[in-house]
Design a protein around this ligand. Structure first.
Ligand SMILES: [Zn+2]
Ligand SMILES: [Zn+2]
Ligand SMILES: [Zn+2]
Length: 626
C-alpha cells in the first residue's frame, strides 16, 4: 500500500484490460493475523469460518484454546511461535495487537529480507508531531523486540501499519490484517480507482494452479523475488478491474470508503497512512459533482445571514453537530437495542433538520435550520441504518405476536418502510455511480439488499392473512418473474453458466434495468411509503435528476409538488406482484454488477442465485443450460 508516487513504486497494466477481469492470480500474504475478536469463530490460518462445534476443530493442544484451525491442512501450514503466543496472551489489549502479531510473523518468516521491497514509512510514523501515535508504535515494538532488536521491530510494525490491508469476509466484516507482496502493495491509492480487490478465504488446496497470470508490472524497478517457498497459507487477495484499463496505464485501488466526501477521505488517509491524496478526484476544482453532492447542506436563510467566511465556520460546526446527532441515534439502535428510538431520531433530523436552538444548547437565536441534501453522505448513512432498523422492528414484531392480526399489519407496514429505505439508498447511490463509476461495488451491494428486502416483503406471511378478509392475495408459488421488456434474466443466467460479464453489454444492461425499474417503481412507490413522512417527500427514489438542476433550499420546499397521497393503497395482489418484480430486477442487476467486481463465482453472485432459486426464478432451466 504505497502512497508516495515515483521511485517506480506503482503498478501499470502490461496489456489492455477490459472491465470486470482478474488482474492478478490469488496472491498469498507475506504475513497476516486474525483479529482477537474472531479467534473463536474463524480459522487462525485461512480466516474461513470454523465448522461447528468448536471443540472438534484441529487446535494445537498446547495453545489452551487460544486459536483454532478449520482443517488439518491449515494446522500444519501455520505454526505459531512461542513469541506469538505470548503476544496473543499478554498484548491483546494493545491498539495494534493484530498488527503486532503480523509484524512478528513477518520478521520470523523473512529473516534475510526484512523489508521485502515494501515501504515502511518508519520515519514518518515515528517522527510525527502526533506523539501519542508514535508512542503506541514504540510500545508495541517492545513486545516484538523479544524476538529481535528494537529497530527491526519498529520497522516491521511500521511496515505492517503502512502496507496491511483489512481482510474482509463476504459480509464486509474486518476479520484480520494481512500484508501482501509488491504485486499488490505497490498498487497506489486513488479515490476514483480503476481496480478493486477481494479475498479468498479457504484452506489451501492440494495443489495451487494459477489460472490468471500477473497482468501488471512496476514501471522501472524489477520486483524482488516475491514467490517465497510456495507459502500458500493465509487469506489470498485478487485484484480485478472495475474500469477499462489501457496498456501502460497505472492501476489503482482504494483504501477508504469512496462514499465519503473529500475532507473525510483525506483525513482518514492522513491519520492511517500519512499522505495527502492528490488523485484526480481529490484535485478536481471545482470539486467533482459527487464530492459536491456528498457534503451539500441547505439552510433557508444562510445566504442572507452571514458573510462567506462565517458561513464556512458555521457549516463545519453544523456538520459536526449533525454527525454527533446521527452517531448518537445509530448508537441507540446498535448498542442499546432500541431501533424504534433510532428511527424516530433519524427521521426527525431528516425531515425537520437541526434547529439552531439545539445547536446552541437552549440559547434561542434566529439562525437558520440546517438541513442535509438527500444525497449527503450522512443521509446515505441514515438510510442504511433506517432500512436495517425497520427490518429488525418488523421481524421482532412477527416473532413476538405472530398470531395477532393487527401486529401482522403493523409488521407489514414496517417491512415496506424498510424496503422503501433500501430502495432509496440504492437509487441515491446509483445516481452518484452514474458520475463516479468506481462506486460499482457499493452500488452492487445496495441493489442486492434492496432486491432482498423487496422479495422479503412480497413473501411476508402477513399477506396471506388478508385472504381471510377476502382480499385477493396470491400465495408465493403464483408469483412468476416474467419481464418481456428487458433481458436481465437471460443475461444473469449467461453470467452464471457461460461467461464473464462483457464490457460491451454494460451500457445496454444498465439502461434496460433503469427503464424497467423506473416503470415498476412508479407503480409501487406510493404503496411503500405511507408510513414515513420523510419518504413521502420523494416522488421517485431512483430518478434524482431533479436535484442537480434547479436550486432548491430544503426538502420541505420540494414536498408540496412531490407529495403523494398517503392513503388509499391497499394490500392487493397487484401490489404484491409489482413488489416481487421490482425485487427480482434489483437482484439481477446487483448480481450483474457484483459479477463485474468479484467475478461470476463470487459469494454475492451466488447469494443472488440462491435467493432467486428460492423464488423458483432460475431453477427451471438453469441446470440444462450448464
Ligand atoms: Zn483454515
Ligand atoms: Zn483522492
Ligand atoms: Zn425488465
Amino acid at each position: 500500500m504505497e502512497m508516495e508516487k515515483g521511485m517506480g513504486m506503482e503498478m501499470r497494466a502490461r496489456e489492455d484490460i477490459e472491465i470486470g477481469e482478474d488482474i492478478t492470480p490469488p496472491i498469498p500474504p507475506l504475513s497476516y493475523a486474525l483479529h482477537h475478536s474472531f479467534l473463536h469463530s474463524h480459522c487462525y490460518s485461512c480466516f474461513a469460518p470454523l465448522p461447528l462445534p468448536l471443540n472438534s476443530n484441529y487446535n494445537n493442544t498446547k495453545n489452551h484454546h487460544h486459536y483454532y484451525y478449520c482443517s488439518p491442512a491449515c494446522s500444519t501450514t501455520r505454526v505459531v511461535s512461542t513469541e506469538e503466543l505470548h503476544i496473543l496472551q499478554s498484548h491483546h489489549h494493545h491498539p495494534f495487537s493484530s498488527d503486532l502479531r503480523a509484524a512478528l510473523r513477518f520478521l520470523q518468516s523473512h529473516p534475510d529480507d526484512r523489508i521485502a521491497g515494501l515501504l515502511t514509512n518508519c520515519h514518518k510514523l515515528l517522527l510525527q508531531e502526533d506523539d501519542e501515535f508514535a508512542a503506541t508504535i514504540r510500545e508495541g515494538a517492545k513486545a516484538i523486540a523479544t524476538a529481535t532488536d528494537m529497530a527491526s521491530a519498529s520497522a516491521a510494525l511500521c511496515l505492517v501499519l503502512t502496507n496491511g490491508v483489512e481482510v474482509q469476509d463476504y459480509d464486509g466484516r474486518n476479520l484480520g490484517i494481512a500484508v501482501y507482496p509488491q504485486n499488490f502493495s505497490w498498487i497506489n491509492h486513488s479515490c476514483s480507482p480503476n481496480a478493486s480487490y477481494h479475498f479468498f478465504l479457504s484452506p489451501p488446496p492440494p495443489c495451487c494452479p494459477n489460472s490468471t497470470k500477473l497482468r501488471i508490472l512496476p514501471q522501472h524497478i524489477v520486483l524482488t523475488k516475491g514467490d517465497e517457498v510456495c507459502q500458500d497459507n493465509g487469506p489470498k487477495i485478487v485484484v480485478r478491474s472495475i474500469k477499462r484499463i489501457k496498456q501502460g496505464e497505472q492501476v489503482t485501488v482504494t483504501y477508504t470508503n469512496l462514499l465519503q466526501p473529500k475532507q473525510m477521505r483525506q483525513s482518514e488517509l492522513w491519520s492511517r497512512y500519512r499522505f495527502i491524496c492528490c488523485c484526480e478526484r481529490c484535485s478536481a476544482s471545482p470539486p467533482t459533482n459527487v464530492d459536491h453532492t456528498l457534503q451539500e447542506i441547505s439552510s433557508a436563510s444562510l445566504d442572507a445571514s452571514s458573510v462567506s467566511s462565517d458561513q464556512n465556520v458555521y457549516r463545519d460546526y453544523a456538520i459536526r453537530r449533525l454527525t454527533d446527532y446521527i452517531d448518537d441515534a445509530i448508537l441507540q439502535y446498535l448498542s442499546f437495542g432500541d431501533p424504534e428510538l433510532c428511527c424516530e431520531k433519524l427521521e426527525n433530523l431528516l425531515t425537520q433538520g437541526l434547529l439552531y436552538e439545539q445547536l446552541e444548547g437552549g440559547e434561542v437565536k434566529s439562525q437558520p435550520t440546517i438541513k442535509l441534501h438527500p444525497l449527503h453522505f450522512l443521509c446515505l448513512n441514515a438510510y442504511t441504518t433506517l432500512a436495517s432498523a425497520y427490518k429488525v422492528r418488523a421481524s421482532d414484531l412477527l416473532g413476538l405476536y405472530s398470531e395477532m392480526d393487527e401486529h401482522l399489519l403493523e409488521a407489514l407496514d414496517l417491512s415496506r418502510t424498510s424496503a422503501a429505505y433500501s430502495l432509496l439508498l440504492a437509487g441515491a447511490t446509483h445516481h452518484l455511480f452514474c458520475f463516479e463509476s468506481s462506486l460499482i461495488a457499493t452500488v452492487a451491494n445496495f441493489w442486492i439488499s434492496a432486491g432482498d428486502s423487496l422479495l422479503t416483503l412480497s413473501r411476508s406471511p402477513a399477506w396471506s392473512e388478508f385472504a381471510r378478509w377476502d382480499l385477493p392475495i396470491a400465495n408465493p408459488p403464483l408469483l412468476k418473474h416474467i419481464c418481456s421488456k428487458c433481458s436481465l434474466m437471460d443475461n444473469f443466467k449467461a453470467i452464471l453458466f457461460h461467461r464473464e460479464a462483457q464490457n460491451a453489454d454494460f451500457e445496454d444492461i444498465s439502461s434496460e434495468f433503469l427503464d424497467c425499474v423506473t416503470i415498476i417503481t412508479q407503480k409501487v412507490w406510493s404503496f411503500l411509503i405511507p408510513g414515513c413522512c420523510y419518504l413521502r417527500a420523494f416522488k421517485d427514489p431512483i430518478d434524482f435528476s431533479w436535484l442537480g438542476t434547479s436550486k432548491y433550499s430544503s426538502l420541505r420546499d420540494v414536498r408540496p409538488h412531490l407529495c403523494c397521497t398517503a392513503e388509499g393503497h391497499g394490500y392487493t395482489l397487484q401490489e404484491r406482484m409489482h413488489i416481487f418484480q421490482l425485487g427480482v430486477h434489483c437482484l439481477l442487476y446487483g448480481g450483474y454488477l457484483a459479477s463485474i467486481c468479484y467475478g461470476r463465482h463470487s459469494y454475492l453472485t451466488s447469494q443472488v442465485q440462491n435467493i432467486l432459486d428460492c423464488e423458483e426464478c432460475l431453477i427451471n432451466d438453469s441446470h440444462e443450460s450448464d
